[in-house]
Design a protein around this ligand. Structure first.
Ligand SMILES: C[S@@+](CC[C@H](N)C(=O)[O-])C[C@H]1O[C@@H](n2cnc3c(N)ncnc32)[C@H](O)[C@@H]1O
Length: 253
């Protein structure tokens, strides 16, 4: 356990380092952003800040570490979903400490599900959900500890949120599962993809999805957030809908 003095000294060193690296204006902007995030966590009684690498994940090149989505981006995504309490079920892939799940549950979804690979993070997410419970409009919240590539999409899920949780084969497997779920249970499926950091953006390869609109990301400059929706009408003969040159790593269940 570090002494308060050592913590203050570390904060001062970090501030000085940022000042040297970014200059005064950008440093102040960064700290204003961080303070805003801490404040919003505090209002909800949760802890979701930080950049975390859970155990045994650093060796995996497709693994993206935990970092929470900007609160303002999350509210923007939830406003896009505009949930109806009897209809809409949100799934957050790679929910980490559960910020997107908690923000989602501030809106009247029928249910909110978070799927997280790390047992350590999902346990902390459950604790955050419990802490925020008095403020939540959606009381059906579930955190599942699972590899997203293996997780079978429940048929009631119709809103999906992804904040850069994984790339490569895991993302491909997830898209296959979503496609399969949509084929088995035709419905309007909407996805918000925040920070498609890798090229190519695999969602653009999904012929069954179309980009609906770009959502604003406020002071996360240069970061994109794209809303996709399944095409109408649901095409059950999907042979032509799969990319021809893909190398999907799993077969649909
Ligand atoms: C960038 S964070 C997103 C956090 C959260 N969605 C939010 O918006 O606050 C990415 C998360 O995806 C999780 N993750 C990475 N690979 C995963 C996998 N194969 N299955 C489930 N979760 C995974 C990481 O542990 C991390 O918590």
């Amino acid at each position: 356990m570090k002494s308060p003095l050592a913590l203050v000294a570390r904060k001062v060193r970090n501030f000085a380092g940022n000042l040297r690296r970014l200059g005064l204006r950008e440093t102040l902007r960064l700290y204003r952003y961080r303070l805003g995030e801490y404040y919003r966590d505090w209002r909800l009684g949760i802890r979701t800040t930080g950049l975390l690498y859970p155990d045994a994940t650093e060796a995996d090149p497709d693994y993206q570490p935990y970092e929470a989505a900007h609160y303002r981006c999350l509210h923007q995504a939830m406003r896009y979903f505009d949930p109806h309490p009897e209809r809409d079920v949100l799934l957050d892939y790679g929910c980490g400490l559960g910020r997107a799940v908690v923000v989602g549950a501030l809106y009247p979804f029928r249910k909110v599900i978070g799927v997280e690979l790390s047992a350590e993070l999902s346990q902390a997410a459950r604790q955050n959900v419990r802490r925020a419970a008095p403020r939540l409009r959606c009381s059906a919240v579930e955190i599942v500890t699972a590899d997203a590539a293996e997780y079978q999409v429940p048929p009631e899920v119709n809103c999906v949120f992804l904040f850069n949780p994984f790339t490569g084969p895991v993302l491909r497997a997830v898209l296959v599962r979503l496609h399969h779920s949509w084929q088995q249970h035709p419905r309007k499926l909407r996805l918000v993809y925040l920070y498609p950091s890798h090229e190519p953006n695999l969602l653009e390869e999904c012929h069954w999805l179309e980009a609906e609109r770009e959502l604003g990301t406020f002071d996360w400059e240069g970061v994109r957030m794209i809303a996709y929706a399944s095409r109408e009408p649901a095409r059950l003969d999907t042979a032509a809908a799969e990319p021809q040159n893909n190398r999907w790593s799993v077969s649909p269940p």
